[in-house]
Design a protein around this ligand. Structure first.
Ligand code: COS
Length: 392
C-alpha cells in the first residue's frame, strides 16, 4: 500500500495560520458566550436552538463549505473542524443542529448540476434555512442498500413513498436530500438521491423523537405519501444514490468525529479541574495515581483523536479519497468520547452522576457519536474492508 506521502509528496504541519487561529477563536468565543450558558436548558426541554442557529449563521459559522460561486465561504474540511470542535465543546446537541445542515446539502455540492447548485445553495447562505439528510429508515440503518422508500418515474416527475427515521433537523428543514429506490431489484445500484422541499404535498414530519443525549438537536421520523418531485430535483443519475451517500459520509464523518473531540475535551477540562479541587484523605484527589493516570489517558486519547480527524481533513483538502481515514477518525474519536466522558463521571464520583453537575450530560451526549453517521462497528467494517480489500 502506498503511503500518503508517496502519493502527495507534501509534508505535514501541526501549526495553525493566523486566519485559522482567528476562526477557531471566533467559534470558541461563540460557544462560550452563546452555547454554554444555554446547554442545560436546551437539554432539559429538548428544544430546537433556533436562536443560537440564527446567531451562528450571522457569524458565518454554519454552511461553511458552500463554494464561493454560490455565495459561501468555501472553507476546507480542516477549517470546518476548527469550528466544529469548539461548537461541540460548547454543547454537542446545539453543535450538531448547526453542523448537520452541512450533511443535508453536502450531496448537492458533491453531485448537483450547476442549475441545482444555483437553485438550492445560495438561499442557505442568504437566510437561516436548514437542509436535512434523509437516508436512514426504520428497517435500513447500517444497511443502506436495504432502503425501502421508492421513487417511481411518471413523465417529468417522480412519486416518492416511504418512511425515514432518526432524521436530524427534520422538523425544521426547508428541504431534504432523500435517498430512495428507483429499482428495488438492483439493491444499492437501484438507489437514487432527490432534493425534496419540506412543503411538498405528502411530506409529513411524523414525530419528534425523545433522545437520551444531544437533546437540543431535533431528530424526527418522516414519511412521504405520494410526494411528487420534479425530475430536475434528481441528484446524479438513477442508481447513483448509494455512492453519493457514501462519498458524502466520507466527507462528513471526520467533521462529526471532531465534535466528539470537543465533547471529550469539555469533559476532560471539567474533570481535571474538579480533581484539583476535590479533597479526600486530606489532599486533592488529583494527587492519587488512580486519578491522575485517568487524567493522563483521557488527554492522550483526545490528542490522538484530534490528530486522526486532522489527518482525514488533510486528505480531503488535498483531494484524496479519505474513506479509510474518515472511518479511523470517526471510530476512534467516538469511542474516545464515550471513554473520556465515562471517566469524567468517575472522577466526579457521586456528584458526576447527578444532573446538577455537567458531566452527566456529556456522557449521555457522547453515546450518540458511537451510533450516528455510521456506528463504531460500521466504521470498523469499513476500516477492515479498506485495509484487506482496497478499492484502488
Ligand atoms: N465511496 C465511493 N464508493 C463507495 C464507498 C465510498 N466510500 N463505499 C462503498 N462504495 C461503493 C463500492 O465500491 C460498491 O461499488 P459497486 O457497486 O461499483 O461494486 C458499492 O458502493 C457498494 O459498496 P459495499 O459493497 O461496500 O456496500 P455495503 O452494502 O456492504 O455497505 C456500508 C457498505 C456498510 C459501509 C454502508 O452501507 C454504510 O456506510 N452504512 C452505514 C450507514 C450510515 O452511516 N448511516 C448513518 C446515516 S447518516 S446519520
Amino acid at each position: 500500500m502506498t503511503t500518503i506521502e508517496e502519493r502527495t509528496g507534501a509534508g505535514v504541519s501541526f501549526g495553525l495560520t493566523d486566519e485559522q487561529k482567528a476562526l477557531r477563536d471566533l467559534a470558541h468565543d461563540f460557544a462560550e458566550r452563546e452555547i454554554r450558558p444555554k446547554e442545560q436548558e436546551y437539554d432539559e426541554h429538548s428544544t430546537h436552538p433556533a436562536e443560537v442557529i440564527a446567531k451562528a449563521h450571522e457569524l458565518g459559522l454554519m454552511n461553511v463549505h458552500i463554494p464561493r460561486a454560490y455565495g459561501g465561504l468555501e472553507l476546507g474540511a480542516f477549517e470546518g473542524m476548527l469550528i466544529g470542535e469548539e461548537l461541540c465543546w460548547g454543547c454537542s446537541g446545539i453543535g450538531t443542529a448547526i453542523a448537520a445542515a452541512g450533511l443535508g446539502h453536502g450531496p448537492v455540492i458533491l453531485a448537483g448540476t450547476e442549475e441545482q447548485k444555483q437553485t438550492w445553495l445560495p438561499p442557505l447562505v442568504d437566510e437561516v434555512v436548514l437542509s436535512s439528510f434523509a437516508l436512514t429508515e426504520p428497517n435500513a440503518g447500517s444497511d443502506v442498500s436495504g432502503i425501502q422508500t421508492t421513487a417511481v418515474r411518471h413523465g417529468d416527475e417522480y412519486v416518492l413513498n416511504g418512511s425515514k427515521m432518526f432524521i436530524t433537523n427534520a422538523g425544521y428543514a426547508a428541504w431534504f436530500t432523500v435517498f430512495a429506490s428507483t429499482d428495488r431489484s438492483k439493491g444499492h445500484r437501484g438507489l437514487t438521491a432527490f432534493i425534496v422541499p419540506a412543503d411538498a404535498d405528502g411530506v409529513v414530519v411524523d414525530r419528534h423523537l425523545d433522545k437520551m443525549g444531544q437533546r437540543a438537536t431535533d431528530t424526527s421520523a418522516l414519511s412521504f405519501q405520494d410526494v411528487r418531485v420534479p425530475a430536475a430535483n434528481r441528484l446524479g443519475e438513477e442508481g447513483e444514490g448509494f455512492k453519493i451517500a457514501m462519498k458524502t459520509l466520507d466527507f462528513t464523518r471526520p467533521g462529526t468525529a471532531i465534535g466528539a473531540v470537543g465533547v471529550a475535551r469539555a469533559a476532560f477540562e471539567r474533570a481535571a479541574q474538579y480533581s484539583k479541587e476535590r479533597v479526600q484523605f486530606g489532599m486533592p484527589i488529583a494527587m492519587n495515581q488512580g486519578v491522575n493516570f485517568l487524567i493522563a489517558d483521557m488527554a492522550t486519547k483526545i490528542e490522538a483523536a484530534r490528530l486522526l480527524c486532522w489527518q482525514a481533513a488533510w486528505m480531503i483538502d488535498n483531494g484524496l479519497r479519505a474513506t479509510l481515514q474518515s472511518s479511523y477518525a470517526k471510530r476512534f474519536a467516538a469511542d474516545t468520547c464515550m471513554e473520556v466522558t465515562t471517566d469524567a463521571v468517575q472522577i466526579f464520583g457521586g456528584y458526576g452522576y447527578m444532573k446538577e453537575y455537567p458531566v452527566e450530560k456529556l456522557m449521555r451526549d457522547a453515546k450518540l457519536f458511537q451510533i450516528y453517521e455510521g456506528t463504531s462497528q460500521i466504521q470498523r467494517l469499513v476500516i477492515a474492508r479498506e485495509l484487506l480489500m482496497p478499492r484502488d
